[in-house]
Design a protein around this ligand. Sequence first.
Ligand code: ADP
Ligand code: MG
Length: 487
Amino acid sequence: MNSTIAKLKAAGYQAVIGLEVHVQLKTESKIFSSDANASEALPNQNISVISLGHPGTLPVLNKEAVRMAILMGLACDSQITQVNHFDRKSYFYPDLPKGYQTTQDKTPICVGGKVGLFGKDLLQEEVVLHHIHLEEDAGKSVHDHGESTLIDLNRAGTPLIEIVTEPAINGPEEASLFLQEVRRIVRFLDISEANMEKGELRCDANISIRPINSLKLGNKAEIKNMNSFSNVRRAITYELERQLELCLAGDEIAIETRTFSPNTGTTSSMRMKETMNDYRYFPCPDLPPLVIETSFIDELRTGMNITPQQMRKNFQELYQLSDYDVSLLTEEKETALYFSALCQQVKNPKSAANWMNGTIRGLMNDLNQNIDQLNLSSGRLAELINLTDDKKISAKVAVHHVLPKMLESERSAFDIAKENDLLSVKDDSQIDQLIEDVLLSLPKEVEAYKAGKKKLLGLFMGEVMKKSRGKADPKELQVKLNKKLNQ
Ligand code: ADP
Ligand code: MG
């Protein structure tokens, strides 16, 4: 158990965490206009009068954003809301030129649902969602340019889904794993790149503690500004410890928004509840209700990509792989799909998993390439794996001599092995001849062996191996040598 959770438990408390996760959807255009959804362009290039909120302009909802939000809901087993409204959340900020954010307040597009967690010794197997709603992103205030703050509105109007969990996450590790699974899901669904360092996946954490067995929620602090999985874990851990200390001292926990500093690993107060915004939500008069037909939802359900959870289940059930293998193989979508294809073509999925998580992973790390960037189709790798499993080439030869040549050309493993005379010597008479030659060339050693110096077997093995240029099967060779020497 995480040591902070253990500390809480010993003091009679439990952690209560709820996350609000923003995911930028990778649509072509923005959620309410035809501006390109490309916030990395030069500043303020993708801004029309709609993104700028000029009077008299009207937003038009992007169907692609709706499609992506529904896919997320389906992947999380949420209920899809069929009559949706959009609302205005009013606040003033320089990077929000309209003076309000268009969002969904009362009718989020997805209600309920859950995300399964995958890991060892967890406090819970799944996280229950409150809802997922659609909204627009604000622009960006750039503070690191001398004295002025610069405004870039490229991001204003980028479609977001906000995933809001129930206050039902029990620890920092579980919160971080939840977030990692969300990233995997949106990548598998192909609805976001979800890079945290680019702000495509962002998270606020609501944190409180309460006596074990109490049903009443404690006062919460909301933590902003965590831009990595490890920072989410660190911020929550720090905050739980801080709140426990206050509780044990008999002090009240303030309801407030706090910010996390990655440098110090601490949180500090940004604003108290009394000064929090009143957003004055009201229905957006510019957008008609969004009605989602059942047939559209069914169509999406039928055509949707596999989820990481389903993929893990498949790998476990079809190929009996270990949790460790499965977690590595489903970490990235490209690898998971590649491995699926590989398994259709190899005789032994377990050895395919070993190849993927060993040699191939090493290669990807060394070259800093993902599986699709390596010049190695699943069909070509499958052939290499099968040749090795069938002992037509030795594992050593496969890894060190055949595979590197495969990456440099389109030639098959068998052709490369054959051309370079790397196929294992299966021909018994050839091996017998080599044994014969070696033993004849080492008469003294043979005598010594027969007199009891049994460890000389290694020498004979090595010599025959050398002469066969690594192509003799070591197990068979040992049997043959023993037989010959003991004749
Ligand atoms: P707010 O009104 O402050 O926005 P919400 O009720 O909308 O709060 O909840 C926002 C998020 O905070 C949700 O993820 C919810 O699960 C979480 N949350 C609410 N109350 C608590 C609490 N006491 N402790 C921890 N998380 C909480
Ligand atoms: Mg809220």
